[in-house]
Ligand binder design. Structure first.
Ligand SMILES: [Fe+2]
Ligand SMILES: [Fe+2]
Length: 179
């Protein structure tokens, strides 16, 4: 997806910040629901999922601080992201540990692609503060994605439909938020 100058009231950097902020809320809910199921059936995954959750909570705050500093707004899709995240996390975790890893890989891959595109856009606009805000989370998201991949989430064929559904939903929610 291309990031263009906004024609509406809210400029594109503010839109990027609100969409990412909502996305972090979605990610928090993915890992919350996965943790709920992992605590019952996959206890060995709990520390990893807890560390992901802690990262996402930190990211949420990073975006909110920058939104506040420039009179931004919360995304209309904030609660949709939360609900969708909780649902995707639960469905993937019910499919077992490979399901969890496929979900992580799919979500974080879409996110990392968008972050790169956002960074190019913000650099072209010389919006240093927004650039630094987005750049601050990039390494964590790449790390989440790569851990998902190392645990077989990227290529196990049985989880292809799950990965596709999750990628589509994530992509759609980002586009909806950027309109
Ligand atoms: Fe995040
Ligand atoms: Fe993440």
């Amino acid at each position: 997806m291309e990031y263009k100058d906004s024609k509406g009231l809210l400029d594109t950097p503010r839109k990027i910040l609100k969409v990412n902020h909502a996305g972090e809320f979605g990610a928090i809910n993915i890992y919350r629901s996965q943790l709920f199921i992992a605590r019952l059936f996959m206890r060995d995954l709990v520390p990893l999922l807890e560390s992901f959750l802690a990262d996402e909570k930190r990211h949420l705050q990073i975006f909110w601080d920058e939104i506040r500093s420039r009179n931004g707004i919360k995304c209309k899709s904030f609660w949709l992201c939360g609900l969708g995240g909780y649902f995707m996390g639960a469905v993937s975790a019910l499919l077992g540990r490979k399901g969890i890893m496929a979900c992580t890989w799919a979500v974080e891959s879409v996110v990392v692609n968008h972050l790169h595109t956002q960074l190019s856009y913000l650099e072209s606009k010389s919006d240093r503060a927004a650039y630094d805000t987005v750049a601050a989370i990039l390494e964590d998201e790449q790390n989440h994605r790569d851990i998902g991949s190392r645990h077989g989430g990227a290529d196990n064929i049985w989880y292809g439909p799950l990965r596709n559904a999750i990628s589509l939903f994530t992509e759609a929610v980002i586009r909806f938020g950027m309109r």
